[in-house]
Design a protein around this ligand. Structure first.
Ligand code: ADP
Length: 481
């Protein structure tokens, strides 16, 4: 296998690749075929405590390194990723299932975040504040927050870590990482790449295994000063609560319920192209996927027709196949939930225009699905679908569209298609979302702040703000001058 060298079947603790204390392992399967591609340690609290202790020991020396040295280490890491993109993408597809082209895009995005934070580290200065007192100087300086714990999901197992490890390492923090159990290799490989890039032992530690045991140790351990998490809102809320006892700083990238709004005045071709990407990328398993498609009455039928045709023509195949556009879903639970949501939508008046069933390929493949006549009584209106299902709602006025779009506790991403400039700005004002794409859906890049409003999260990843989340500000007053 092209990725064999990068498939690490051990945990990285204090610079050593180790198994779990009791030797327990977890199978890792390829969702496209169901075959086991390897095993990873089933670690728990004790291994996590040692990883945290190692990160704590490594912190003083690492945080004291000059910013140029740290920046150079991140540049080395960037080069490691870029030089090995083909193998890393193949590894990602093998455990996660997404088409190889998407996996490659994700790995390159990881590299781009690392490079961005290598550069931002050098700009993380403080200020000299004009003093209201004579003979005093007032300064602010910025410092790495300490040991960071990062818990990441299976849908973007590489880039979600880049957005956390990149700024943590750039800021001078040391880290303990827990990748998702379904996709541990794209997490563990960061340990190998960090070693090759020259990061000292103990700076990056990675443990796989029981989410609850590892998570609880992270929460109760006072050495962990920051917890950064990407995953479901439900688990995020538990982690926020659990961080209270030791007053950790938290960053939370949680669920979404993205509206995708198409107005009568939109460029319809562009809107259909956008809807295909925003819905079916990664088989609909992204937190910024459009969950609810709102289409204005005048173009509703035309839009549904075009979207259904395009969805029906998607090439559903193993991610490693040439030209695959939609891979398998992550597991049988995801398939069953998708089926339940479709059945509920149909019971509430929805009309399946294409798809609606498990794919003829079997296994974890599911048909790209479009449901017309969607309405507020359906579960898909409130719940994150996380599957290749597009419910399409009809609306009459701009005010209706905005009201429906905001009628959710989530606030991550929103998309809208219109050629009316005034409307574009009104949407920007009124949509309660952290990321807004007007006539664009691929809007995420390291230069911009990614983060949700409302119950979709806390904090930003990317931009200067993404580094800020890993720094503390100290204020110093020097008097008697
Ligand atoms: P997803 O739907 O993406 O699997 P989850 O929130 O269930 O979302 O999982 C995201 C990450 O959080 C995964 O790495 C998972 O193992 C981890 N996780 C799940 N439950 C807990 C928990 N109780 N404590 C800490 N981490 C958890």
């Amino acid at each position: 296998m092209i990725y064999s060298e990068f498939l690490k079947e051990a945990n990285l603790i204090d610079g050593a690749w180790v198994s779990s204390d009791d030797g327990g392992q977890i199978d890792v399967t390829d969702p496209a075929s169901g075959t086991v591609i390897g095993h990873v340690p089933n670690s728990g609290a004790a291994e996590t405590a040692r990883a945290i202790a190692a990160a704590e020991r490594a912190f003083p020396a690492y945080s004291a390194m000059s910013v140029t040295e740290r920046s150079n280490l991140l540049r080395n890491l960037h080069k490691q990723i870029v030089d090995n993109v083909d193998a890393l993408a193949a590894l990602l597809t093998a455990e996660q299932g997404k088409p190889l082209a998407e996996a490659r895009g994700e790995v390159m995005s990881s590299a781009a975040y690392v490079l961005w934070f290598a550069e931002e580290a050098r700009r993380a200065g403080g200020e000299v504040i004009p003093s209201p007192w004579p003979n005093r100087k007032l300064l602010t300086t910025r410092h790495p927050i300490g040991v960071v714990a990062a818990i990441t999901p299976w849908n973007f197992p590489s880039s979600m870590l880049a957005r956390k490890l990149g700024p943590a390492l750039a800021a001078g923090c040391t880290a303990v990482v827990k990748p998702a159990t379904a996709t541990p290799y794209s997490g563990l490989v960061w340990g190998l790449l960090a070693e090759r890039a020259g990061f000292p032992p103990g700076v990056v530690n990675i443990v796989t295994g029981s989410a609850r045991e590892i998570g609880n140790e992270i929460l109760k351990n006072p050495a962990v000063r920051k917890l950064t998490f990407t995953g479901s809102t439900e688990i995020g809320k538990q982690l926020i609560k659990g961080s209270a006892d030791t007053v950790k700083k938290v960053s939370m990238e949680l669920g979404g319920n993205a509206p995708f709004i198409v107005f009568d005045d939109a460029d319809l071709d562009r809107a259909v192209d956008g809807a295909m990407i925003a819905k079916f990328r990664n088989a609909g398993q992204t937190c910024i996927c459009s969950n609810r498609v709102f289409v204005q009455a005048g173009i509703y039928d035309d839009f549904v027709e075009r979207l259904s045709k395009r969805a029906a023509a998607l090439k559903v195949a193993p991610g490693s196949d040439d030209g695959a556009e939609q891979g398998p879903m992550i597991d049988m639970t995801a398939i069953e939930k998708t089926e339940e949501l479709i059945a509920d939508a149909v019971a509430n008046g929805g009309i399946v225009r294409t798809g609606g069933n498990r794919h003829a390929r079997g296994g974890l493949f599911f048909e790209p699905t479009v449901i017309a006549d969607a309405n507020a009584s359906m579960r898909v209106t409130r719940e994150e679908i996380f599957g290749p299902v597009a419910p399409v709602y009809r609306f009459e006025s701009e005010a209706d569209a905005i009201r429906m779009a905001n009628d959710t506790e989530y606030g991550l991403a929103a998309y809208a298609y219109t050629r009316d400039l005034g409307r574009a700005f009104r949407l920007q004002d009124r949509l309660e979302y952290g990321l807004i794409g007007i006539n664009e859906v691929l809007i995420v890049t390291p230069e911009v702040p990614f983060g949700g409003l409302k119950e979709s999260g806390l904090g930003k990843e990317g931009s200067w703000q993404g580094l800020d989340d890993y720094l503390e500000t100290k204020y110093t007053c020097i008097g008697g001058l």
